[in-house]
Design a protein around this ligand. Structure first.
Ligand SMILES: [Zn+2]
Ligand SMILES: [Zn+2]
Length: 338
């Protein structure tokens, strides 16, 4: 055995990926449904997470110095635990659903196109529900709390949001036959693009990216998604391909005469960690506690944010309709006075 082979074997055993390599080469993921196969598949988790976190810590430290030490540790802890649960959930969903897929795909360019369209649909479903079901909004709102846009917003997430997103996205993709190595490759592209579209105005003033604005979700589209202006709320749910936003009528381009106001509509302090992280959960618990009857309590949990048992709803849909009505009536007044 030559030195390279020894080094390769050492690396594979350190990373704990021999089980995955075997599954990738054989294309058989059924062992993930057995307890042994499932625990074996988690082998690469710790070394993988360690490498990511050490790398990220070094980068963050070099940018921010020692001032944010406590936040940094909280952040590392959160992302470590969150990612651990996420990877375990992804692995479990693959093992659970792979056998029900009506078609089998392979790692080829044409299945890549199919896989990406399916992935965007799955991402749309996760993201739409994150905005339209209050329980899931509690997990997602941390990401919408910042009142400005920059790359650090990519990392602003409640630690359970990743697992929630990954369970929905993985289940849909695997049920529709997306092959696991293909899925991981798509996840990698999606994660990279998903970080890039958080580029703020300081680095990229016009985020439209020229002609690409028509075909893909650009930083400009994602800025619109992060806006609390009534016209911009609950739009642009896709991540890279805007296909499902077009299909479901939620695509919204940035308007030059409507500057973006970042943040969420609830009165909150975007610089207070507790408010950003737990504010929506606290508000939901209070509403559920005060609501009369079990039906109203459940409605608060599963209806859209802003739903009220009094009938005085302030959901994004109603706020938008009221805004458009007020615009129409003010333009009528303008015309009459001319
Ligand atoms: Zn969102
Ligand atoms: Zn975002």
């Amino acid at each position: 055995m030559n030195a390279f082979q020894t080094l390769y074997n050492e690396l594979i055993s350190f990373l704990g990926i021999s089980g995955w390599l075997q599954m990738f080469t054989s294309g058989d993921y059924s062992s993930l449904t057995t307890l042994d196969g499932f625990t074996n598949s988690l082998g690469p988790l710790i070394p993988f997470l360690l490498i990511i976190e050490i790398g990220r810590t070094l980068i963050l430290k070099s940018f921010k110095g020692g001032v944010y030490k406590v936040n940094l540790y909280i952040y590392i802890f959160n992302s470590f635990i969150g990612r651990f649960i996420s990877i375990a959930a992804v692995t479990f969903c693959i093992g659970l659903f792979e056998k029900y897929a009506p078609i089998k795909t392979t790692f080829t360019w044409y299945w890549m196109i199919y896989g990406y369209i399916v992935w965007e649909l799955a991402h749309f479903v996760y993201h739409y529900l994150a905005h339209k079901v209050r329980l899931f909004w509690c997990l997602h709102s941390t990401h919408h709390a910042p009142n400005s846009m920059n790359l650090s917003v990519t990392y602003a997430h409640f630690f359970l949001e990743g697992p929630y997103a990954d369970v929905i996205r993985t289940s849909i993709c695997i049920l529709l036959g997306v092959n696991p190595p293909l899925l991981f490759f798509i996840m990698f592209i999606d994660g990279t693009w998903g970080a890039f579209i958080h580029t703020g105005e300081n680095i990229l003033k016009d985020g439209r990216l020229g002609f690409m604005n028509r075909f893909v979700l650009t930083p400009s589209h994602h800025r619109v998604h992060h806006a609390k202006n009534p016209l911009y709320m609950d739009t642009n749910f896709c991540n890279l391909l805007n296909i499902w936003d077009r299909v479901f009528g939620t695509l919204r381009h940035e308007k030059d005469d409507l500057p973006i106001e970042y943040g969420i509509t609830r009165q909150m302090n975007p610089h207070n960690f507790w408010d950003v992280y737990f504010g929506e959960i606290t508000a939901l618990v209070k509403d559920v506690y005060k609501a009369p009857g079990i039906k109203n309590k459940l409605m608060y949990i599963f209806m859209a944010p802003g739903w009220s048992h009094t009938g005085d709803h302030k959901t994004a849909k109603i706020v938008k309709e009221e805004f458009l009505k007020s615009q129409q009536s003010s333009s009528v007044v303008m015309q009459e006075s001319q």
